[in-house]
Design a protein around this ligand. Structure first.
Ligand SMILES: NC(=O)C1=CN([C@@H]2O[C@H](COP(=O)(O)OP(=O)(O)OC[C@H]3O[C@@H](n4cnc5c(N)ncnc54)[C@H](OP(=O)(O)O)[C@@H]3O)[C@@H](O)[C@H]2O)C=CC1
Ligand SMILES: CC(=O)N[C@@H](CCC(=O)OP(=O)(O)O)C(=O)O
Length: 338
């Protein structure tokens, strides 16, 4: 058994990680951590999430606040899941790497190897260009060979996961005419914004509305890793969890539905957490509370509409993080997930 801890365990993705890891056959969940000053420190996680009662009854421990004590903690674990805000992950990852831990970071702190990107889209100066260069982007279906060698895995954002899983096969096989940029319209449930109270995510405010138009930080994340520009518009919907992405693109001349389906099959036939639809289109209902990304499509008059659905907290975060860890330690990638 490998000893694992979760930092940020009281948050939405952290709680999903706790649930998955508690019954994982090869990872021993050694501890759950929150910030040193957390109002939830020393409470049981099942007080916050009653659905975890008698499933995960573990205390939320305050994270030590000195580097020395953090190093001592790191020396006793094999792997750490950072379910923390970008700046927090940015600061914690080097301490755990120094202690020879494998780090699975759910934040955006190590996803794009470009300091300007952090200045422009995250509002902080990245201090670790060497780690940015070494970090492997944990898009699990595409980067398994690199993940196997990596100590720092930057798990993709929720919108980038579903968007790239839909577009990457078509781009790799040159089925798209990229003179017309692919247009991604995606709707996310409110849990995408995390657990902290805020006006925009409060019950009476949430409706169905686009946000971050032309400047959401996931646009450059998607474009960087796809290797081609896209237009990306996120929307906040009035439901708790799940993302539905509807993607419109232009096909190369003469490409038909059979060729598109064969292309997806070529990449995903042996990928258990991507489910291809030969007819009909995915919905959030089909994927919520599950680790899958579902993909369906339709072609008409030279264009394709691809629809992808995932649970933002699972395939878009916690489940993909565990999938990456399974790959890193040469386990079946679905271990503990299905
Ligand atoms: N929600 C989603 O759908 C997705 C989220 N992500 C990313 O995953 C990360 C976690 O997201 P999410 O679970 O939604 O976030 P939440 O806001 O729900 O949870 C954040 C967690 O971090 C803890 N925390 C805050 N400050 C510190 C600190 N200094 N040291 C240790 N722990 C701290 C919080 O507890 P406390 O404040 O009490 O200490 C809480 O447990 C973020 O980077 C997010 O961008 C990625 C993909 C999808
Ligand atoms: C609905 C909502 O607010 N969603 C979040 C995305 C969550 C996510 O994927 O997290 P990262 O910040 O780690 O990329 C947003 O748009 O900021």
């Amino acid at each position: 058994m490998l000893n694992a801890i979760i930092i940020g365990a009281s948050g939405y993705t952290g709680a999903e990680l706790a649930r998955i890891l508690l019954s994982h056959p090869y990872f021993h969940l050694q501890g759950l951590y929150v910030s040193s000053q957390s109002a939830d420190a020393n409470r049981n996680i099942s007080e916050l999430y009653p659905q975890l009662k008698q499933v995960v009854d573990l205390p939320l421990l305050p994270l030590p606040d000195s580097t020395e004590k953090l190093t001592a903690l790191a020396e006793n674990v094999d792997l750490v899941f950072l379910a923390t805000a970008h700046e927090v992950s940015h600061d914690l990852a080097p301490i755990f790497l120094q202690a020879n831990c494998q780090v699975f970071d759910l934040s955006g702190a190590y996803r794009v190897n470009n300091s300007d990107f952090y200045r422009q889209f995250y509002g902080f100066e990245h201090q670790y260009p060497d780690l940015l260069a070494k970090a492997v982007y944990g898009l699990a279906e595409w980067n398994a060979e690199q993940i196997k060698q990596a100590d720092l895995i930057a798990v993709p954002g929720c919108y980038p996961t579903v968007s790239q899983l839909c577009l990457k096969p078509l781009i790799e096989n040159q089925l798209l005419d990229l003179t017309q940029l692919p247009i991604i319209n995606a709707v996310s449930g409110v849990s995408g914004a995390g657990r902290k109270a805020s006006l925009t995510s409060s019950f009476c405010e949430v409706s169905l509305q686009p946000y971050g138009v032309f400047h959401h930080r996931h646009q450059p994340e998607i474009a960087t890793h796809l290797g081609t520009d896209v237009i990306f518009t996120p929307h906040l919907g009035n439901f708790k969890r799940g993302i539905l992405a509807t993607i419109t693109a232009k096909l190369q001349p003469q490409i038909d539905e059979q060729q598109v389906y064969a292309c997806y099959q070529q990449y995903y036939e042996d990928k258990p957490l991507v489910r291809l639809y030969s007819q009909g289109l995915p919905s959030i209902k089909a994927v919520e509370f599950s680790p899958y990304c579902d993909i369906g499509f339709a072609c008409h008059q030279g264009h394709i509409i691809v629809v992808g659905a995932e649970d933002n907290l699972l395939k878009g975060a916690a489940a993909q993080a565990v999938q990456c860890a399974n790959i890193r330690y040469n386990l079946a990638e679905t271990t503990g997930l299905i």
